[in-house]
Design a protein around this ligand. Structure first.
Ligand SMILES: C[S@@+](CC[C@H](N)C(=O)[O-])C[C@H]1O[C@@H](n2cnc3c(N)ncnc32)[C@H](O)[C@@H]1O
Length: 277
């Protein structure tokens, strides 16, 4: 599967045809399921004047609008240094919607230094806050050396709703290794909001998942759950277990964590927490 068949929900558009997903068209009828969501594709979305901020990061409004506080709360519960003071924070792939704006506010209140790594086009849509934000344009991990030069070591690395694009485009282990390398002793990284096709299958094969599907689609159809077939480009349990082992081999502890149940995609997404002693 090419990255073009991924949307920001990380779901397969064929599933949306079967009715188990929300519509992915924007108000201006841009079909987000058909947008090539690579680093370059996001760069183009960032410059599209007809899209809302959520749409520029590949999300239909309904996936994100009004959920930002709950998402940040869930992130901070896993990255408690965010609620401390004077920490060095790196956000890889902040995009330009509500979440980074809230994170910038939090960093301002708590005297954190926040390094934002994304395309220049995305970063241009975020405010520059003196003594708080530092923007580093470019794709991670390609620019990891210049990040290390600028940041040194980080207390917190956040990479939210980004990994599934990197997984299709680049080497996920190089990405993970580069994040572990960035961490200071005692630091934590959250590679969050990862769509896990195995979790999705488990959910939609359950009675709860079937009920969810029927209520969501307002039909009596059953969700389409396929086993024993290749899923190129999709992240499953095996990929996530591999990432855990890789991080642990690099000397960090790694845990797969659920999202808070009030998050919009908690039934099919997971967070990978990496902790350096
Ligand atoms: C779905 S958006 C998520 C934005 C934000 N983290 C959030 O959850 O609101 C994905 C973002 O990751 C950025 N991105 C994709 N690949 C990247 C990479 N290799 N390095 C840095 N940013 C990347 C895109 O430009 C886009 O802004």
């Amino acid at each position: 599967m090419s990255s073009s068949s991924l949307n920001a929900a990380g779901d397969d558009p064929s599933a949306s045809q079967s009715g188990s997903l929300e519509r992915l068209r924007t108000e201006r009828d841009v079909d987000l399921a058909k947008v090539d969501l690579t680093f370059e594709g996001f760069r183009a979305l960032a410059q599209n004047p007809h899209l809302t901020a959520n749409e520029r990061i590949g999300f239909p409004e309904t996936y994100r609008n009004g959920f930002e506080e709950a998402i940040l709360r869930d992130i901070a519960a896993k990255l408690p240094a965010l609620l401390g003071t004077n920490a060095t924070i790196v956000d890889i792939g902040p995009g330009c919607a509500g979440l980074p704006h809230r994170l910038i506010d939090l960093c301002r209140e708590r005297n954190h230094r926040l390094f934002l790594v994304d395309s220049a086009e995305m970063l241009a849509q975020l405010p520059d806050v003196a003594d708080v934000t530092v923007k580093i344009p470019g794709a991670f991990p390609a620019i990891r050396d210049s990040i290390r030069d600028t940041v040194g070591r980080a207390d917190v690395v956040l990479c939210y709703s980004v990994f599934h694009y990197v997984y299709v485009e680049g080497n996920p282990f190089t990405f993970l290794d580069s994040i572990v390398e960035l961490l200071a002793d005692g630091g934590r990284a959250l590679i969050g909001d990862i769509p896990n096709i195995s979790k999705r299958r488990r959910f939609f094969a359950s009675e709860t998942g079937r009920r969810f599907h029927k209520a969501f689609t307002r039909t009596e159809t059953e969700p389409d759950v396929q086993y024993n077939e290749p899923n190129p480009g999709k992240i499953d349990d095996a990929v996530l277990m591999g990432l855990i082992q890789r991080a642990q081999a690099a000397g960090a502890d790694a845990y797969l964590m659920p999202q808070a149940p009030d998050l919009p995609m908690a039934n099919r997404r997971e967070d990978l927490l990496i902790m350096k002693a």
